[in-house]
Design a protein around this ligand. Structure first.
Ligand SMILES: C[S@@+](CC[C@H](N)C(=O)[O-])C[C@H]1O[C@@H](n2cnc3c(N)ncnc32)[C@H](O)[C@@H]1O
Length: 484
């Protein structure tokens, strides 16, 4: 199957837009002048050193009078949608602002109005495109990786193949088509899709050509894929996937959707960036960033923890830091499971092999927008901190080893994408060949495709170096391909 080229999520915009960088303008800099009443500045490496780690308070109580709003913040008005009202109610009920993480979680996965919950957000008509949607080769190569790992695991008779956040189900469909001839492997699979969106679960159901449920009734929990004859189960969290079987986990562009806390260094030391209601002049409600005047539980717990895994030199350069506790928790759960049940996990995402500064971004209809602009109508995502994944996995289990990250380009190249594209080019129309070449470039290239002769606004942009791949595997299996 060939798919039309579209701008990849994140990359095309980053490369094209002169105003967008690793530190996007939507998270604006600067704080107002320091207050006599607040702590003096402290270097980052000291965050938490002089502070006991406390359990987070049941209720985060913040004196609004002490909050200060970075002066450069100015945002489009958030519309009066149900989600805006809901967020506003949470802030009012708390009597204080919410964290960026809480905002992000509500915006993306609020059961009623979250971005992912009620529609298909992918492709030309949607908001962004991802690698599996760019080319079938992506899912096929991930299939090669899974089969190699299964071999290294000693070809177990039964395996849980888990995908976190399967989107449209395209990666899994291409993986199953690509490996369908390897009967022993296919027969071993119990497929578990971890997806919070009921709408996307239905899209996955049809992408995987699932058999009608019992008596022709759609069953949203269990079915059989006619692509491979493998049973498929849906869950909303990884915890719900039964343990006890060797497990292969795939997380492609899943971690970047997990909520991040943001911290900012100013003359008063480190503060957590929070989100509060702003009263506009015409009394319409808007949101705004504010800085917490006292260390929040997230500062004491998560910032401190993340900083302990970083060098002083790395920290000294930063005045903004993002920390994703959900990524830490998820990695813990993955590592514990792989450590006890055997198997491995493959994580591919855009990010850095180190502390992430301020990367949170909103994308609607393939364009960057302000994160406060009509929340729930745009995707929010943040760079993935691969170093934090490594530390979290190693902390959780002594039975796993972590490999990489390497660039997506290296990963796909070492697993044979060049041979695959050449083989597909042997037998295709001119139109298909063009699509294959641009898809190949998007997956492994870096920057604009030099060969492109079509319209400028459709130039394929490579995401081969911006996306990274890392693997967490049970030590018994040795080093996974292609990380040797
Ligand atoms: C950026 S999309 C990536 C989709 C797919 N992996 C791809 O590459 O095309 C994120 C996916 O994760 C799902 N998702 C986001 N947050 C989730 C959560 N907290 N729990 C379960 N699924 C989630 C979304 O509904 C969506 O399917």
């Amino acid at each position: 199957m060939l798919r039309r080229w579209l701008s990849p999520r994140f990359c095309i915009n980053v490369l094209r837009s002169p105003s967008v960088s690793l530190n996007p303008p939507l998270v604006r800099r600067g704080i107002c002048s320091s207050s006599e009443t607040l702590d003096p500045p402290r270097p980052l490496e000291e965050v938490g050193e002089d502070l006991e780690v406390h359990e987070p308070a049941a209720k985060l109580s913040i004196d609004r009078s002490g909050l200060y709003n970075p002066p450069e913040h100015s945002h489009e008005r958030a519309l009066g949608t149900e989600l805006v009202k809901h967020l506003r109610d949470i802030i009012k009920f708390r009597g204080g602002p919410i964290s960026v993480a809480e905002y992000m979680e509500e915006v993306l996965t609020n059961p009623k109005t979250g971005f992912y919950m009620n529609r298909d957000v992918f492709g030309a008509q949607g908001d962004f495109i991802t690698s599996p949607e760019v080319s079938q080769m992506f899912g096929e190569i991930i299939g090669v990786w899974c089969m190699c790992l299964w071999e290294q695991m000693g070809q177990p008779e039964k395996v849980n193949l888990v995908e976190l956040g399967p989107g449209r189900g395209t990666l899994m469909a291409d993986l199953l088509r690509g490996t369908s001839k390897f009967e022993k492997f296919i027969k071993s699979l119990d497929i578990h899709l971890v997806e919070c969106s009921p709408t996307l679960q239905k899209v996955q159901y049809s992408a995987l050509k699932c058999a009608e449920g019992i008596n022709g009734v759609y069953d949203d929990k269990r079915t059989i894929s006619q692509l491979a004859g493998a049973p498929i189960y849906w869950h909303t969290t990884l915890d719900q996937v039964p343990s006890g079987l060797p497990t292969i986990i795939i997380a492609h562009e899943f971690y970047d959707a997990l909520p991040v806390h943001q911290f900012q260094k100013g003359s008063r030391g480190w503060s957590e960036k929070m989100i509060d209601i702003a009263e506009a002049e015409d009394s319409a409600q808007r949101f705004q960033f504010v800085l917490s005047p006292i260390p929040t539980p997230a500062t004491l717990l998560y910032l401190k923890k993340r900083c302990m895994w970083a060098s002083k030199e790395e920290l000294a350069k930063l005045d903004h830091i993002e920390v994703c506790p959900k990524a830490m928790e998820l990695t813990h759960a993955i590592a514990k499971r792989i450590g006890s049940d055997g198997g491995g996990a493959l994580i591919i995402d855009y990010g850095l092999n180190g502390v992430v500064s301020d990367s949170l971004q909103a994308i609607r209809k393939h364009k960057f927008v302000d994160i406060f602009d009509d929340p729930g109508s745009a995707d929010l995502s943040a760079y993935v901190d691969f170093a934090c994944i490594r530390h979290s996995a190693e902390e959780a289990s002594e039975d796993v080893s972590v490999h990489g990250p390497m660039t997506q380009s290296q990963f796909l190249g070492l697993l044979g994408i060049n041979f695959r594209v050449e083989s597909l080019l042997q037998n295709c129309t001119d139109e298909q060949a063009e699509s294959l070449r641009s898809g190949y470039w998007q997956l492994v290239g870096d920057g604009e495709a030099p060969f492109w002769e079509g319209p400028d606004d459709q130039t394929p942009i490579g995401m081969g170096t911006r996306y990274l791949a890392t693997a967490i595997v049970n030590k018994k299996q040795g080093i996974p391909v292609p990380f040797q």
